[in-house]
Each structure stands twice: as C-alpha cells, then as structure tokens.
Design a protein around this ligand. Structure first.
Ligand code: ADP
Ligand code: MG
Length: 472
C-alpha cells in the first residue's frame, strides 16, 4: 500500500493555520466534488460521503473514516483517486493518509449541495472534473423501454434541434428515480459534444433549489442584474425538480420572467418535476400554463422488463458477472425506482469485490437483506400459485386442473411445496386450493420436490429463486 494508512489518533499535530483552513476546506470541497463526478452519486454516498478531512501534515493530506474497515476499504478502492484529485487541487499535497477515528472538530467543508464552483452556464466539457453534470448520465447509458420511450424520444429531439416549435419547453415529469435527471444531463452532454462549425451551444443546468440559492445570493449581494443577464445569455436552460419552487413566491416570479425572456428569444427550456404542470398545484397559474405549452412527457413507473434491462446494462458496464437469476430476482423484488435498483446492484458488486466472491442468489439475499425486508409481508397460496405459473409459463387454471402431464404436474407440486413452506396452512387446506386434492397428494408433492431438489441443483435453485421472490 503506497498510500498511508494508520491508526494514529487525530491528536498528531496537523500544522494548519486558521487562515489556511478555509482555503483547505475549499480544496477539500473540490476534491469531494471531483470524487462525486467521477464515481457517481450512489457509490459516493455508499463509500465516500463519510470521509472527512482532518488537515494537512507536511505534504500529506490526512483524511478520516469512522471505522478501520471503512478506512481500509476506501484506501484500497479510492486511495489513488483521492490522492490524484488532491494533487490536482493542491500541488503541495503529495500523499494522502487514511486514518480511522472520529472526525476532528474543525469546521466542515462547504456542503456539496453548494459547490465552490457552480457550473452555471458552463458548456459541459467531458474532461472538466468539476461539473454539475454526471458523466454517466448520457443517452448511451439510458436504457429505453415502454415506460420511458416517449420521454427519451423527446429528449433526443431537443438535443438534436433545440428550440424546435412544439418542443419548447420540454417538460419531463415522473416519480423519484425514474430517469428525469439522467435525461436532462444526457441532453446537455449531447449538445456539448455537437460537432463544431457553429458557435458552441451554452447550456445551463441546475436544480430549482440551486436556482433559488443563486437568486437569493444575488439579491443579497445586489447583483441580480448580473444573475439575470447570465441566465438570459444561455441557449438552453434546464431546471431540475421544479416542484421545489412551490411556495417560494419571489423565486418563482424571477423564474417566470427568466423563462419568458428565454422563450421569447427563441431559446430552449427543459424542466423536470415530480408531477405534470396541471398537477403542480401551488405554482402560479400563469407559470403552469406556460410550462404546459410545449411538450409534456411522462416517465412512467418501470416494468419488470425495463428493470431487467437496466440491471443487465449496468452489470455489463461494471464488468461484473451477475447471473441472470440474480438479475431477475432483483428486477422482481426492487420495483420502487431505478435508483434503488442501481443501489442494490452496486452493493452486490461492491460486496463481491470486497470478499472476492461471485455474485449468487445467496449473496444477493444476504447483502440486500435490509432492502428486501422492507417488502416483507404475509404470503397467500394464490400468490404462490400465480408466481409459480408465471415462472413455468403455464396457465393459472392448471393449479386446480386434473391434468397429470409433467409440464403442469411438476409446477403444481412445486406450488404445493412452497405453500407448505411459506404459509401456515394445513395440508388439507392446501389441498383444497389445488382443485380439492387430498392431503396425501400434498404430502407426496412436498416429499417429491424435496427429493428432486436434493438430486438436481438447477431445480433446487429454481425453487430457491421462487421462494425468495415470494418471501422477501
Ligand atoms: P430522477 O431524476 O427521475 O429522480 P435519476 O435520473 O436521478 O432519476 O435516475 C436515478 C438513477 O437511475 C440514476 O443513476 C440513473 O442513471 C438511473 N436510471 C434511471 N432511468 C434509467 C434508464 N432508463 N436507464 C439507465 N439508468 C437509469
Ligand atoms: Mg432528479
């Protein structure tokens, strides 16, 4: 390990003058912003958020992690990266030392929500480390499926030809984690990457929260005119999570004027929100009306197919082999949104790397225990039957039918077995749910499935998959 790692307490003298401290705190904020841009939000939150900066000791930047485990892991996985970014922002830093322990009491670095270098009106550059745009959020990495194909097509269209009548403003809406921000960043990247010739397109992307923060700061420093001019000089303005402006009347007013000025000047506006313009009650009527004047595109809740494709694409990108059964399991279980899905996959991958183990159904279950537990509930025989039928691709009626062909008899036995395992129903009760069969038939099914599972590993895994899908 070239990068320092020790248990030395934070008491060692860290020669930092008070004056320097603010500067260092700013540098640390930039290092963190670089890390965030480099690894993405999920990974950052999982591993790097807890890194704190203790100070500079000679040419060493000392950073702290709350536990030894985290210290070693972050050091191993991100040590070089952190050191590299430190060297970039402060050439006096040669090395980074990782320590375990409580963070020191010195003032925290400015929060990332307000980065020291706002990316307002910046034409995104791929090589620029500090950028409000996530490098992973491009059209190439966006997986298209039924729920999002329309929004995707609209975003593509705007990126190809900004300010096309009918597409201005482009209003993207949908629940958390369905890809609104991803699409907005993708538009920005695409515009930035457009082949030269003409003038570069200037894009301003910011959250509505950031917009408000900028506006209030401008008011405070009496520089609202600069703020207005700056915003009105861009070709494309994107405001993410507009719902944040509800109840913020002055900011809303300012946004309304900016919006009108830009649209009148033939500039493109892209907005995202959690609801459609008409459902955003609390926004001023005239603003709502204008928001709905262009193209309104809805990102629908994901489907199993889309979730599966997203997982597949992400696993491939991460270069990790994840068995189809595990992808299927995750896609069935984690249905809330794509962010959770991605988070779950990242955790699996990190775990597999950490312990040099392969990703299996077992590890998935183990690692994601807490996530899956959230979905815990009572299981009914009907549910079991439905799942089993889906799995084996047979009609639900076959669960109660008298047919004995193996392609339906075996799934029926599996369903009986699972009903015995996963519910507290008695054997006669279970039998009744399967076309009034006798309890001895159920007993036989349980014995038969148990025996088969012992002999046939693939079959056993199938049962396990079903059991877990039902259980968690
Ligand atoms: P929102 O802004 O709608 O809350 P995000 O755009 O932040 O959601 O998406 C959450 C996460 O899910 C991001 O990491 C994003 O890359 C990922 N994601 C969402 N939709 C897709 C998709 N269709 N293909 C690939 N990744 C997606
Ligand atoms: Mg978002």
């Amino acid at each position: 390990m070239e990068i320092g790692s020790s248990d030395k307490s934070n008491g060692a003298s860290l020669a930092v003058s008070w004056q320097n401290e603010t500067r260092l705190a700013e540098q640390w904020a930039r290092v963190r912003a670089c890390l965030l841009a480099e690894v993405g939000e999920v990974e950052y939150r999982t591993w790097l958020k807890q890194v704190s900066f203790a100070g500079l000791a000679g040419d060493e930047a000392v950073v702290m992690l709350p536990t030894r485990f985290l210290r070693d892991w972050v050091n191993k996985e991100y040590g070089e990266l952190i050191a590299e970014f430190w060297r970039q922002v402060n050439p006096a830093v040669k090395r980074v030392e990782f320590r375990a322990g409580a963070p020191s009491a010195r003032p925290a670095a400015p929060d990332l929500a307000e980065p020291a270098q706002p990316a307002l009106a910046a034409t995104p550059k791929r090589q620029e480390p500090v950028s409000a745009l996530d490098q992973r959020f491009t059209f190439e990495t966006f997986v298209v499926g039924k729920p999002n194909e329309f929004a995707y097509a609209c975003a593509r269209r705007v990126a190809e030809a900004p300010a096309t009548p009918g597409f201005n403003p482009l209003f993207l809406y949908g629940g958390v984690g369905l890809g609104k921000t991803h699409l907005m960043h993708a538009i920005a990247w695409e515009l930035a990457a457009r082949p030269g010739g003409g003038r570069a397109v200037s894009v301003a992307y910011m959250s509505a929260e950031r917009f408000m923060y900028r506006f209030i700061s401008a008011l405070r420093s009496q520089s609202t005119l600069e703020f207005k001019n700056e915003l009105r000089s861009v070709d494309v303005l994107m405001i993410d999570d507009l719902q944040f402006l509800i109840g913020k009347d002055n900011t809303q007013e300012e946004f309304f004027h900016t919006f009108n000025a830009l649209v009148d000047a033939g500039k493109q506006i892209v907005i995202s929100a959690d609801k459609s313009p008409s459902d955003l009650s609390g926004l001023e009527d005239r603003l709502r009306t204008r928001l709905g004047c262009g193209m309104v595109a809805d990102l629908h809740a994901t489907t199993f197919e889309l979730r599966y494709s997203i997982l597949e694409a992400k696993a491939q990108r991460a270069g990790v082999e994840v068995p189809a059964k595990v992808l299927e399991f995750l896609a069935r279980k984690i249905t809330s949104n794509n962010r959770e899905l991605e988070g779950a996959l990242n955790r699996l991958v990190a775990h597999a790397n950490l312990f040099s183990r392969q990703v299996t159904l077992d590890t998935a279950h183990e690692v994601l225990h807490d996530v899956l537990k959230a979905h815990d509930r009572k299981i009914s025989i009907q549910e079991i039957q439905k799942r089993v039928c889906e799995h084996y691709n047979i009609r639900l009626a076959e669960m109660s039918s008298a047919r004995r062909a193996q392609n339906v008899a075996r799934p029926r036995q599996v369903a009986m077995y699972l009903a015995k395992q996963l519910t507290s129903k008695s054997l006669p009760d279970i039998g009744r749910h399967f076309g009034n069969r006798d309890h001895t038939t159920v007993m036989h099914a349980v014995a038969r499935v148990t025996e088969l599972a012992e002999r046939d590993a693939a079959f056993a895994e199938d049962i396990e998959l079903l059991r877990r899908m039902l259980e968690t």
